[in-house]
Design a protein around this ligand. Sequence first.
Ligand code: HPA
Length: 248
Amino acid sequence: MTKLAIIGGTGLDEIPDLEITHREVCHTPFGEPSAALTHGTISGHEVVFLPRHGASHMIPPHLVNYRANLWSLRHVGIQTILGVAAVGGISADMVPGRIVIPDQIIDYTFGREHTIFDNDLSHVVHIDFTKPYCEELRQALLEAGRLSSVNPVAGGTYGATQGPRLETAAEILRMERDGCDIVGMTGMPEAALAREFNLCYASCAVISNWAAGKVDSTINMREIEMNLIEGMEQVKSLLVELLGQDAR
Ligand code: HPA
């Protein structure tokens, strides 16, 4: 695997285990990325880290400049990206606290800058997106999960919603009928843009809550935070194992 970039989501605005070497500010043709890129090492392996919602978590999902984020990572030579994201659990096995490596996406977002191919209208580009995630990185993550005893759910359909509000119970029922297993607000257009940039991209989703209407109670931010703290510990174990795979 080439040098890994990690796009951190809610609960992962920084990685304590990251030994920072330097930060790099990038300006892109698509505007400003969410933050400066943080270069460093985890257990001796070089990585680049970018907090999706900004260094102080100020950028909501629908205002993230996904194009600039991916452009900046590619600009510094990154070819492999792990997007970490908090999600709600829809299907019965998507229990809060668990980690999922999704394999499919349904996109319900709207009005986001979702392509880099809207400038040169002399030719139309249609990327293949049958399998929206990089299978090589997915398999490496699943192997890391086995070795680190994190035991992630080995697939599932990520339903990407617009946010920033959470969903209604009826919206979640519709998503369930559509075949969604988890719901989050940042999976798209990030995955599609990564494909347009020809990057190997996979997602590591941390289930922070039951999706709307799945339990009697309303969605509680305190519970989300507690599950994210626990989930992010698992993400860190997974990362250490993933990065170590190259060394073996
Ligand atoms: N819905 C959408 N996005 C989310 C959720 C949810 O329930 N939990 C964490 N991100």
